[in-house]
Each structure stands twice: as C-alpha cells, then as structure tokens.
Design a protein around this ligand. Structure first.
Ligand code: FES
Length: 230
C-alpha cells in the first residue's frame, strides 16, 4: 500500500443531498467521550461520521464526529472533540461508509493501531449478535467494556491476526505504511480499515485534502471511506 497525498486540485462545489440537523452536548465522560442529544436520523453507524460545527463558533472547519456507543436520545461520540456540556451543534451527515462485519465472522478482532479504540466500540454488540467472540487490541485503555471482550496489547497483534477470521482496524493515514509493514504481504485475513485524516469539506468541495492511495488507486477518505476493505 502506498500512501501519499494528492496534489491539491482547485475547489469544486459539488453539493449532494444530505441531512442537516442540530444536537447538544449533554455530558462528557472521564475518558473524554461525550453524549450528544440529536435526532435519530443523524446517528452515524460505527465507522461513519458527522461533520459538526458549534453554533456561534467562528472556526471555519467542522469537526468529524464518530459513533462510539448507543445512548438515550442520541449517541456517545468518540473522544477528541473540543466542546463543553451544553454546546449546541450544527450537524451534517451521517457521511461515508462504515464497518460491515461479515455474517460468517465468528472471531472478530478490533484493532486500534495508534489511538483510542472507541470508534470501534459500536462493533461489539453487532459481533455478539452474530455469535462471534471479540478481542480488542489496543494500547489505549477502554472503560466499561463487556466482560466477554478480551483485551490485548498491540504487542499481541500477530497472534490475534492468526486467531481472527475478521479484523477491523482504526489507523491514522500517516501510520498506514507502518501498519502495512507490520502485517506483511502474506496476510489474507478479511479486514476493513477506518482511516483517519483531516476532512475539511466532507466531500462537498472535493478539496483532496483527505486523499489516500489504496491498492494503487486514489480515494477520498471522506467519501469513499472512511472505512475501506483492506
Ligand atoms: S475531499 Fe475534501 S475532505 Fe475529502
């Protein structure tokens, strides 16, 4: 896998139908996740995202918001967001392609390669519903996981890859070469990967900032991803 950025093409406006709505930050947890209250049609699936702007903020860039867990009247968003309780948000989305665990999966590995595993927490109940075992691989601790989830450090990655029949990864774009090197070329495990990168326009202007080269093809993370077949 070769990962580089596309040269920046001129901005093109290409507005597609999308849902807009409002939300409010209801509470912030100790692990920095936050519970958002929002209309049900705006709740993203695991791996999908919303673009969110705080009302009255003069920051021109929206923040990508990823699902972490279910919650009454909204959902719990993954960490990394800058707001405080009570902040009102303008949302656009859900955007992009999320994870889809194959129905045949019975040994699911969730691998947070370089950050919090919280963007993959929403896959745990889906995997359990399929009757699968779940191992979470991460060097960042996650609170209040179901007891049935086994947690392993990244050091155990090779062993878990041997065990799993499906893997979901979460990795920053700049760390893709490191992950590809770690996995090697002989790995045939069915896998999907959430690639994180700045997504300033969320596919509206095709700015190219989120471009990534996957299997020798240029893709836009905001539109073709952020979850890709790996
Ligand atoms: S094309 Fe602008 S963020 Fe992806």
């Amino acid at each position: 896998m070769i990962i580089t950025r596309l040269p920046q093409p001129p901005l093109r406006v290409n507005i597609s139908p999308m849902k807009n709505g409002q939300a409010q930050v209801a509470e912030i947890f100790l692990d920095s996740r936050m519970r958002l209250v929002c209309p049900p049609e705006l709740i993203p699936a695991p791996g999908q995202y919303l673009l969110a702007h705080a009302s009255f903020s003069d920051d021109p860039l929206a923040d990508p918001v990823f699902f972490s867990d279910s919650a009454p009247e909204g959902f719990v968003a993954a960490p990394g967001l800058p707001w405080t309780p009570g902040t009102k948000l303008n949302l656009r989305g859900p955007l992009g392609h999320g994870f889809a665990i194959p129905a045949s999966a019975r040994k699911v590995a969730l691998i947070a390669f370089d950050d919090s595993p919280e963007r993959m927490r929403g896959l745990i109940p889906i995997a359990f519903k399929l009757g699968a075992e779940v191992v979470l691989v991460s060097d960042v601790a996650a609170q209040d996981l179901p007891e049935a989830v086994e947690v392993q450090p990244l050091q155990a990655l090779d062993e878990i890859i041997q065990w799993a029949d499906f893997a979901a990864f979460d990795v920053a774009r700049e760390n893709l070469p490191r992950l590809a090197k770690k996995l090697g070329t002989g790995n045939q495990l069915p896998a999907q990967i959430l690639i994180r990168a700045p997504m300033p326009c969320g596919a509206v202007a095709e700015c190219g900032v989120c471009a990534v080269n996957i299997h020798n093809e240029w893709k836009l993370i905001c539109k073709d991803g952020p979850v890709f077949e790996f």
